[in-house]
Design a protein around this ligand. Structure first.
Ligand SMILES: Cc1cc2nc3c(=O)[nH]c(=O)nc-3n(C[C@H](O)[C@H](O)[C@H](O)COP(=O)(O)OP(=O)(O)OC[C@H]3O[C@@H](n4cnc5c(N)ncnc54)[C@H](O)[C@@H]3O)c2cc1C
Ligand code: FES
Length: 599
């Protein structure tokens, strides 16, 4: 067959497909893997958390099997064995002895393998813990290989900054996931992750828990969302749909006026089909879809209310508190236009600024600047309701004592926390008695930082974060003890220290290719591609607006761009393959973009 083409064509370069391809190539078969996305592992195979990149492949299914899988390494190996992997080419037609690809090529072949979807029953009981560890693998002190029920998938290559990545998978007993309710989902997730980590430590003698810098877990619902069609009737896929609705329709039920801000309680819009709101972890945010002057913009706001509020029988509620940004488009629009009864579309809850009992210490020192208090408000509610269990000292910076956002409610909530929450107000523009004065300086940090192991959280706008991050160096924390909320939108790329100096003025042509239309836009030097797309009415949607969540991932077909390094959340294969996040990307000349197909 190789004279005419390939012995076997495999559709898709997912991890299972690559593993199969390597085994066949080792057995001297000439294999072609055709993948429609641009990189090994297939679409959305990797995700970034801080400086760690995690690959989301399921290990093999044999009980007790130890699995090593790395898409890039397998791609390499296949080529060494004389087989091929072609990216950016989908199989559009299969015939008995050939396949037709999206570029029109007809490739002769013996056999065709098209289906690598793992079995739904197995997906419904697969649990994977992804760990970014702050030491290299050799320093973990692994004395034995894991045996029994934990599958360990350690990816080669150290993570940036000298750490490593470890991925542990366990197949849960049959039926175990059926008993997990939405209300208990996150606690169950934390508990199961802990059990897996502890089992691995016991079996191997390794110390993982002293080194966890980033953690995430894929439950059966996560895997089902990734691997099974949305209408799959299984429990895992149904729970995934409830946890991650593509959109939620809500109505403003209540408005509380504040100085320079308003709080909005949002409830499900049952008439439009949202019966109940998705559950969330205290600290997460939602993104509001706003229609301003005929344009659609998406703006993220932390959910200020506690996760308990979403569990109410009537479908629950989220509260957001929005402060007016001077000249701000989204906040100005909401504060001036929203009334009780206003109907809004919002995203599902997102973000990883939440308390993780495996990663964080039992003591948190939380620094807030202005409206940066909102995620902490939710965390304090969760402590008061017994949903979270840790202690928190909040250093809360405001300009004036009268302008402290949410002050009374927060203090009332803290009183319900049995001494676990302490709030210190730091006032910058006046010197009222009984308050700390100035900015949240290193002196104030030293004065209030609890003794012993402490995790520091930072939440507030760009300047606050930059300042606070510098001041926290006085606490000499290991890197894994410092966490922060999203970077926030960069308004003008030219303000970044590494902005290419010669691009100061002028504007560029931006061509955006959609599935069924093309937009021709202009983008000023220093303006983000997201901003130009929103102004030009391109039907793209955004979530974090900070370069980190990956929601706006778009193909750069041509042209030069600047990407904000501090918030570049792209997995390692993406920059080389021309993928950008327009919310953190600025053109340096004329560019052409292609919107990804939305499934
Ligand atoms: C995860 C997350 C959670 C958040 N939670 C909250 C929250 O709970 N409450 C809250 O109030 N906010 C929150 N924010 C911030 C919020 O998303 C918006 O950024 C904020 O409301 C301002 O948006 P805007 O549309 O009103 O202002 P924008 O129109 O985006 O303008 C913001 C500021 O930039 C200035 N500006 C505009 N264009 C330029 C330019 N070219 N150059 C320089 N400056 C310019 C404007 O004058 C204004 O002062 C959160 C952000 C994130 C990422
Ligand atoms: S919206 Fe999150 S990366 Fe662009």
């Amino acid at each position: 067959m190789p004279d005419r083409g390939f012995d076997i064509v495999i559709q898709g370069a997912g991890l299972q497909a690559l593993e199969t391809a390597v085994s066949l190539a080792k057995a001297r078969r000439k294999v072609l893997v055709a993948e429609q996305s641009p990189k090994p592992g297939g679409r959305n195979v990797a995700f970034r958390r801080g400086q760690y990149e995690f690959e989301t492949g399921l290990p093999g299914h044999e009980e007790g099997e130890l699995c090593y899988a790395d898409a890039v390494a397998m791609d390499f190996r296949l080529r060494e064995l004389g087989s091929e992997v072609w990216y950016d080419r989908a199989i559009t037609k299969t015939d008995e002895n050939s396949v037709t690809l999206s570029d029109g090529a007809v490739v002769p072949c013996g056999d065709i393998i098209t289906d690598f979807t793992p079995d739904a029953e197995l997906i419904g009981r697969t649990f994977t813990v992804f760990l970014g560890l702050d030491v290299p693998a050799e320093a973990l002190g692994v004395k034995h290989e894991p045996s029994g029920e934990i599958h360990d998938l350690e990816l080669p290559g150290n993570a940036r900054g000298g750490g490593c990545v470890l991925q542990l998978t366990k197949y849960l007993p049959r039926g175990a996931f059926d008993a997990v309710t939405e209300a208990d989902y996150f606690r169950w997730k934390d508990r199961t992750a802990r059990e897996i980590v502890e089992t691995f430590e016991k079996e191997t003698g390794a110390d993982l828990r002293s080194h966890i810098e980033e953690i995430d877990a894929a439950t059966p619902a996560t895997w089902a969302r990734k691997l099974l069609p949305p209408d799959h009737p299984g429990r895992a896929r149904r729970l995934a749909n409830a946890l991650h609705p593509p959109i939620q329709h809500v109505v403003v039920a209540e408005i509380t006026e504040r100085e320079f801000a308003k709080s909005y309680r949002l409830v499900p819009d049952k008439e439009k089909g949202t019966e109940k709101l998705a559950v969330f972890r205290a600290g997460q945010y939602i993104t509001l879809k706003l229609s301003v002057d005929g344009r659609t913009i998406w703006k993220p706001y932390s959910i200020q209310s506690g996760p308990g509020d979403v569990l109410a029988e009537d479908g629950g509620s989220y509260t957001v508190t929005i402060r007016r940004a001077l000249g701000g488009l989204g906040s100005g629009y909401v504060l001036d236009h929203w009334q009780v009864g206003t109907r809004v579309d919002i995203s599902a809850p997102m973000g990883d600024f939440y308390y993780s009992p495996l990663r964080d210490s039992r003591q948190v020192l939380a620094l807030a600047g202005g409206s940066g208090i909102t995620p902490y408000f939710s965390l304090v509610s969760a402590i008061a309701d017994g949903i979270e269990d840790f202690s928190m000292t909040i250093l809360y910076g405001s300009r004036t004592a009268s302008g402290i956002l949410l002050r009374e409610e927060l203090e009332e909530l803290a009183e319900r926390c049995q001494g676990k929450v302490k709030i210190v107000h730091v006032i910058s523009d006046e010197e009222p008695e009984g308050y700390e004065h100035g900015l949240i300086s290193r002196e104030i940090l030293k004065k209030y930082a609890p003794a012993g192991d402490t995790t520091v959280y930072l939440s507030g706008g760009g300047d606050f974060r930059e300042y606070a991050e510098k001041e926290t160096t006085v606490l000499r924390l290991p890197r894994r003890r410092l966490r922060h909320e999203m970077f926030g939108e960069v308004k003008d790329g030219r303000s970044m220290p590494d902005w290419p100096g010669d691009i100061k003025e002028g504007d560029f042509a931006v061509t955006v290719l959609g599935e069924d239309r093309t937009w021709s836009l202009r983008c000023r030097a220093g303006q983000s591609l997201m901003d130009a797309m929103e102004h030009g009415g391109v039907g793209a949607s955004f979530r974090c607006r900070s370069g980190e969540c990956g929601w706006c991932r778009t193909k750069l077909i041509s042209g030069e761009v600047y990407v904000v390094p501090a918030s570049d959340g792209r997995p390692k294969g993406d920059p080389d393959n021309g993928w950008i996040h327009p919310c953190g990307t600025f053109p340096l000349g004329d560019v052409t973009l292609e919107l990804p197909r939305r499934e």
